[in-house]
Design a protein around this ligand. Structure first.
Ligand SMILES: [Zn+2]
Ligand SMILES: [Zn+2]
Ligand SMILES: [Zn+2]
Length: 253
């Protein structure tokens, strides 16, 4: 089975049976994925990098390293120091996986916008995992759209979740970003050091990755879009409205 980042700078293949998927809601995975991460795992002997031109490793702690693409900001890999296995984002895999999410870790670090109760928030504080990017904007977060399109899956390692905002109200306290421009002229802005996705802009639409907000948000997951491109290893059973494509807004989430 093959997998890749969105821009194709990182491509890998796997030859062993894959471990069932673990969803991780820890703060580090939430910042890098923009929502929460969902990873499978294989022995290193069954893992081969085919392309790695843009692969970089970020150490959030001495215990592990996190593999990102510096070309598109995708969060692909996680490896414990000295381990002979590697975890990889299930959303980065191509084609049917035959996998299922078997466990959910660190739910106490999950966002209030998807594992309530929602909390009021006058100001939202966002930051990437390495801290090179910090911003704030008026709260609350409001409605969050989960996007299951192929692009969001490749970037996040699972699926995307964003809320719309007025870019004029965003105050950057520290900024070092890079842009990846997608096939529909969607501009994904991310941190080139740690790979955390930050914002998405397409035409007049501006949205912020929900997972990078650090404080209670006052937001709530409201809709799933591009579910026709959803991966096979997870279901959507929360009862929220679903659109096969982008809904009716005329832009890609
Ligand atoms: Zn890439
Ligand atoms: Zn960063
Ligand atoms: Zn998307």
């Amino acid at each position: 089975m093959q997998g890749s980042c969105l821009c194709g700078g990182v491509v890998f293949d796997l030859t062993a049976p894959l471990r069932p998927v673990i969803a991780c809601h820890c703060t580090q995975c939430r910042k890098q994925s923009g929502h929460f991460w969902a990873a499978t795992s294989v022995p290193l002997s069954a893992f081969r990098l085919i392309r790695f031109d843009t692969l970089a490793w970020f150490h959030a702690s001495p215990q592990a390293k996190r593999g990102i693409c510096t070309g598109c900001g995708a969060f692909l890999f996680w490896q414990a120091t000295g381990s002979d296995t590697i975890s990889l984002g299930a959303g980065c895999l191509d084609g049917p996986t035959g996998l299922q999410i078997a466990e959910s870790w660190h739910e106490d670090s999950a966002g209030d916008y998807y594992l309530g109760p929602q909390t009021q928030a006058d100001t939202l504080h966002g930051a990437c995992l390495c801290g090179a990017n910090r911003f704030s904007l008026p709260g609350p977060m409001g409605e969050v759209r989960a996007c299951h399109c192929r692009q969001c899956r490749k970037i996040s390692g699972h699926f995307g979740a964003r809320f719309d905002a007025d870019p004029a109200t965003v105050v950057w306290h520290a900024r070092n970003t890079r842009d990846h421009i997608g096939p529909n002229n969607g501009i994904r802005t991310f941190c080139p050091t740690c790979g955390s996705g930050l914002t998405f802009r397409q035409g007049d639409r501006f949205a912020i990755e929900a997972g990078v907000i650090e404080n209670p948000t006052g937001g709530h997951l409201a809709r799933h879009v591009f579910v026709a491109e959803k991966a096979d290893y997870y279901g959507l059973s929360d009862g929220l409205p679903q659109n096969a494509d982008n809904g009716s807004e005329g832009t890609q989430a």
